[in-house]
Ligand binder design. Structure first.
Ligand code: PGA
Length: 246
């Protein structure tokens, strides 16, 4: 299992101390092999890198620019800079960024630039409420996957996070049978787009909490969780981790 803690636009230097119990957890035999990736805002990457340097935790960023070269892009950060600061992962195509102009085309460029720097990509895909109502979820997922992966030939460093956009931050999660179907569809789309994606890792994200995690984990093909709000509270985060494997 892999757990991605997405802090979004939260956190100050003093909040780094909240990682202590999580670091402690990963020292226990039972939890030693879990992969836990913290994705703080850019401003905390360096501090967090120092905090986790002797632990099993890994560092990730929440986004990157389409361009992997340096350039005149005020306010932006590229994959080269992320690698330099010690990030090993980057979230690409998060729905909160799709809402603000990220397209499948720009997402494809971001993935390519991240792979060029040997970062692992967490590609977020998912339908809006409207698309779900129109019953075009599968079509939307297919378009996001195929266009997002356009002209990419190696997939070892790409993880897929299924995040229904209506589920993020709302407290709502899909019904078990819908979630099972969508994960199955994603698997099929991945395999039909490239055989190398047969064993691609699929994560779930959207309102994961200690109460609903067991229900989500009933879907056997879910190999990880992308956790937003609940990852800010280490007690809740640890609770999710424990409940997801017990
Ligand atoms: P949430 O966010 O857990 O707060 O719904 C999930 C995400 O970051 O995608």
């Amino acid at each position: 299992m892999i757990y991605i803690a997405n802090w979004k636009m939260h956190g100050n230097p003093r909040d780094i101390a909240s990682l202590n119990p999580v670091i402690k957890l990963t020292k226990q035999k039972k939890y030693r092999n879990l992969k836990i990736v913290y994705c703080p805002p850019y401003t905390l990457l360096d501090l967090m890198k120092n905090k986790i340097k002797n632990s099993k935790l890994k560092l990730g960023a929440q986004n990157c620019h389409t361009n992997s070269d340096y350039g005149a892009f005020t306010g932006s950060i590229n994959s080269k800079m992320l690698k330099f600061i010690g990030a090993k992962f980057v979230i690409v195509g998060h729905s909160e960024n799709r809402n603000f102009g990220d397209s499948d085309f720009s997402i494809n460029k971001k993935i390519k630039s991240a792979l060029k720097e040997n970062l692992k990509v967490i590609l977020c895909i998912g339908e809006t409420l409207n698309e779900r109502r129109k019953k075009i979820t599968k079509k939307v997922l297919k378009k996001q996957i195929e266009n997002g992966l356009s002209k990419i030939k190696e997939f070892n460093n790409i993880l897929f996070a299924y995040e229904p956009r209506w589920s993020i931050g709302t407290g709502l999660i899909p019904k078990e049978k819908d979630l099972a179907k969508n994960i199955k569809d994603i698997k099929k789309i991945l395999i039909s787009s490239n055989k190398k994606l047969k064993n691609a890792k699929i994560l779930y994200g959207g309102s994961v909490n200690p109460i609903n995690v067991k229900e989500i984990m009933k879907i056997k093909d879910i190999k990880g969780l992308l956790i937003g709000g609940a990852s800010l509270n280490s007690k809740k985060f640890i609770d999710i981790i424990k409940k997801s494997i017990n």
